[in-house]
Write a protein that binds this ligand. Structure first.
Ligand SMILES: Nc1ncnc2c1ncn2[C@@H]1O[C@H](COP(=O)(O)OP(=O)(O)OP(=O)(O)O)[C@@H](O)[C@H]1O
Ligand SMILES: [Mg+2]
Length: 514
């Protein structure tokens, strides 16, 4: 890091309000060439907003942006790109039916992108090699894993000539190995003189990989410090303040006898299903879960987790096998039937499957049962009742929103997740499928979500808990099943296994099922 040099970028006194919400308040941020600068802060602290201002998506209400020593007005993303500022968003913006090369060139401003296929692919190959961003230029984007798609987004920025690269929670969608390789790439870019701004909720990866850290709290800068001086205690205090976090729930494991029923409530027998491309994604999965049990699904992302969660939720048809919930056969049944029988679903992509971004908080709350007589009388929706219920949710789950009538697409990522949980849990489910439920959540919010799940399990709800983080699976679950390439490699009681064994199963070693 070259702190002696002048900053390439300075944001001064930036303020931005949305109605009654102040997303950024008098924020100062300086970024130097050659540094990786991390932005931390609770859900809703204003991180994405600040970066959206820098990239011209929002206009600030007040404050200045200085770039390479000159004051600049950034009116649009195009302005930002022209200056050399580019961003990889939380939700990728690639076109699935085009190839990697086509996606990269589409944004390059060159008109004839389809004329120079060889040249295009060669150039991308060089970029990949230089920054260790392996991705096949001729592949279609829909064929790529999430990690590869992210690499394409980064290549796109480099190709546009970005000197300041912003990544909004890039590691939230990656496996631990992929994350490290991504940070290695970012380090290479910084070493070549570029500046990198990374938004993250993971304190450890930030302390390990960043040069400097800025913490936002309630829209203000709470702390800016060199990563070398950061400790978990200091960062936690900056992020959440003096408020104490929900305590880890140690009693959970000891009450096993009372909590878990003898008989299984959910049984899958020889279930197979295909993925979106029509290829086998689940291969003869058999498992059973008891009421009150938290059953973990471990595995490297992309090995059938998504399909498994969708099959259980009734969103994806099975090609063979049977699924029983409390004695009722569900394979072949509609999604509505799954909901009626008591299956709640927290999907991986909350904005595509879970919530409707254009609808309001209130509307999203009642989305699942607007037809029931809870909210409608003679076919007329009871607006007041709906709003009351939504207000209760917000209080009970500590959801911060800019108003019950505001579109949820405008709420911060973590608060969207809490809303989804509130809605799913409130229907008194028998089984909850939660896919990566704390992804993208700040530490406080993540612990609240874990507590909600534990509380549900104590009420006798069976829970399928999908995660890539083994620490989390070991802390939360009673048993764990390991998926690899669509197959269940084995099932273990948490007390009778360890990371090494589960790790081996994740990489495809089959072991005797206990
Ligand atoms: N376009 C918008 N209209 C109204 N309110 C908004 C808009 N964009 C953001 N907000 C609000 O501004 C605040 C800051 O949101 P922002 O998305 O910047 O948070 P964040 O720090 O990125 O959180 P997360 O970690 O959950 O992604 C939130 O209260 C959010 O609801
Ligand atoms: Mg955000």
């Amino acid at each position: 890091m070259k702190k002696q040099s002048d900053p390439i970028l300075q944001m001064k006194h930036i303020t931005k309000t949305f109605g009654s919400v102040t997303a950024n308040r008098d924020v100062d941020l300086s970024v130097y060439p050659g540094e990786i600068h991390a932005l931390l802060g609770e859900n809703g602290a204003g991180k994405s907003t600040l970066m959206n201002i820098l990239t011209g998506i929002y206009r600030p209400d007040g404050g200045e942006i200085w770039y390479k020593g000159e004051r600049r007005d950034i009116h649009s993303p195009k302005d930002a790109v022209a200056l050399g500022i580019g961003m990889v968003h939380q939700h990728f913006r690639l076109i699935p039916t085009l190839t990697v090369a086509e996606n990269v060139y589409l944004y390059s401003g060159r008109k004839s992108f389809f004329l120079h296929r060889d040249e295009m692919e060669k150039e991308i190959g060089e970029c990949s090699a230089r920054y260790n961003l392996q991705v096949p230029p001729e592949a279609y984007v829909w064929q790529l894993s999430v990690g590869e798609q992210q690499r394409v987004e980064i290549i796109k920025l480099l190709h546009q000539g970005a000197e300041v690269l912003i990544l909004d929670e890039p590691s939230a969608v990656l496996t631990p190995q992929e994350s490290q390789s991504m940070f290695d790439t970012l380090r290479k870019m910084a070493d070549s003189g570029k500046s990198v701004i990374v938004i993250s909720h993971k304190m450890n990866e930030v302390m390990k990989n960043a040069d400097r850290i800025t913490v936002l709290k309630n829209g203000r800068v709470e702390d800016t410090l060199p990563a070398a001086e950061a400790t978990v205690e200091r960062l936690t205090r900056a992020i959440v303040g003096e408020r104490t976090l929900p305590q880890q729930d140690a009693a959970h494991k000891d009450d096993d006898q009372d909590r878990i029923s003898k008989e299984p409530v959910f049984i899958m027998e020889g279930v197979s299903a295909k993925n979106d491309r029509g290829l086998p994604a689940l291969k003869k999965i058999s498992l059973s879960i008891r009421a009150g049990e938290i059953f973990g699904i471990a595995g490297v992302a992309g090995n059938g987790q998504r399909e498994l969660s969708e099959v259980i939720a009734g969103l994806r048809p099975v090609t063979e096998g049977s699924i029983l919930l409390a004695g009722t056969e569900l394979s072949g049944a509609s999604m509505k039937k799954h909901i009626q029988e008591g299956i709640a679903f927290i999907p991986e992509d909350r904005l595509q499957t879970g919530l409707v971004p254009g609808l309001s908080f209130t509307e999203n709350v009642i989305l699942k049962d607007y037809q029931s007589d809870r909210y409608s009388r003679h076919g007329i929706l009871q607006k007041q009742k709906m709003r009351e219920e939504a207000g209760t949710y917000a209080d009970k789950f500590g959801i911060r929103h800019g108003g019950l009538d505001l579109a949820v697409g405008l709420m911060s990522g973590g608060n969207q997740q809490k809303l989804l949980f509130a809605r799913e849990v409130s229907g008194s489910p028998r089984l909850i499928v939660a896919a990566y439920p704390v992804r993208g959540l700040d530490i406080g919010a993540a612990e609240s979500i874990r507590q909600i799940l534990r509380e549900q399990s104590r009420k006798g709800v069976a829970i399928v808990f999908i995660s890539e983080e083994l620490e989390e699976i070991f802390a939360m679950c009673d048993r764990v099943g390991v998926l690899c390439d669509g197959e269940l490699m084995g099932i273990r009681s948490i007390g009778q296994t360890d990371f090494q064994e589960i790790g081996r199963m994740m990489s495809g070693e089959r072991e005797e099922t206990t």
